[in-house]
Design a protein around this ligand. Sequence first.
Ligand SMILES: Nc1ncnc2c1ncn2[C@@H]1O[C@H](COP(=O)(O)OP(=O)(O)OP(=O)(O)O)[C@@H](O)[C@H]1O
Ligand SMILES: Nc1nc2c(c(=O)[nH]1)N[C@H]1C(S)=C(S)[C@@H](COP(=O)(O)O)O[C@H]1N2
Length: 196
Amino acid sequence: MSEHIKIGLVSISDRASDGRYEDQGIPALKDWLGKALTSPWSAETRLIPDERPVIEQTLIELADEAGCSLILTTGGTGPSPRDVTPEATLAVGDKEMPGYGEEMRRISLNFVPTAILSRQVAVIRGKTLIINLPGQPKSIKETLEGVRAADGCVVHVGIFAATPYCIDLMGGPYVETDEAVIKAWRPKHAIRPKQD
Ligand SMILES: Nc1ncnc2c1ncn2[C@@H]1O[C@H](COP(=O)(O)OP(=O)(O)OP(=O)(O)O)[C@@H](O)[C@H]1O
Ligand SMILES: Nc1nc2c(c(=O)[nH]1)N[C@H]1C(S)=C(S)[C@@H](COP(=O)(O)O)O[C@H]1N2
């Protein structure tokens, strides 16, 4: 049996938040989740500048007040002076989840050599998993879904594959996915029977 999940989507960009360009981060996140999730979900969206106090306050509000079990951020993970998303994320986290950043950089190296410049982190705050994704809108699908060969076969599994089980272990809602987009990996004992 699946359960409703509230997901925080945070686009962190100076230029998108002040209107110099249109934000493509939140639409890209919504688009991918709309294709990937088969269990019920709703989004809380925020478009904010690269200001560390604003990022921290936004993450705290979405986790502690809005009740998001998962928060995905996009933007502000590079080496520029204004890129402070990882620092803000680590500051509000109780536990770091280093596998996410390690795996995203490995996946992204299949697309761009500059993937090593990306400093993404993931943390758990209370009952909320917070994951930083890179800022390039196309990198959202790339990191969540992984790498496919020309015939469509998955050659490097995306980071979302492990995320529903992580949320299970944190005591959150049971999230299900469309296996054609991303297969949610759980040990056999943790898989609930599908309902018609
Ligand atoms: N929200 C967004 N909408 C559209 N494109 C974006 C967005 N965020 C980032 N990008 C693109 O991805 C690139 C890398 O993202 P990064 O987070 O490093 O942004 P940036 O160069 O610090 O600029 P800004 O914070 O003003 O978006 C940006 O230079 C921009 O081309
Ligand atoms: N999957 C993927 N990862 C990516 C990219 C990309 O196009 N696809 N762009 C990279 C680039 S050009 C940079 S500078 C770093 C910086 O992260 P940021 O975009 O969040 O600042 O992410 C990298 N990671």
